[in-house]
Write a new protein. Sequence first.
Length: 135
Amino acid sequence: INSCMAMEALGRGLDRADGEEQTLNRGNPTFTTYALRCFARAGFTSETFGVPLPRLARTISRRYADTKHPNTTGLPDSRETLVLAKIALLAMRICLAMFATRSGVIAERRGIDRDVADCLAGASQCGIELESLVG
């Protein structure tokens, strides 16, 4: 939940992202919009996780809402929530690291690529296919 709250706050101040029009509600930005902006700022593309970023942002948005406001059947699947939370946290770590540098650019991306690979491997070990999760 904290990563998503940070995404929402940071995303409000970021520039528009490609595909953002798919995330608007009556022309207004949503949490999905802000998550997409954070993904773009972090340098993620649809190839990063093998799924379209607007769909990934929407999936994280839904999970964020379902976790904050669980329905009568309880909380959503914890393994799926963990995978989505790791993606949100990774995006926020990259964005914040970029803001911490003077140029706004991270010189060394190898660690980031390793973190993405670890996130995907962890999902696979849990039996979670990101493509299926984001629909």
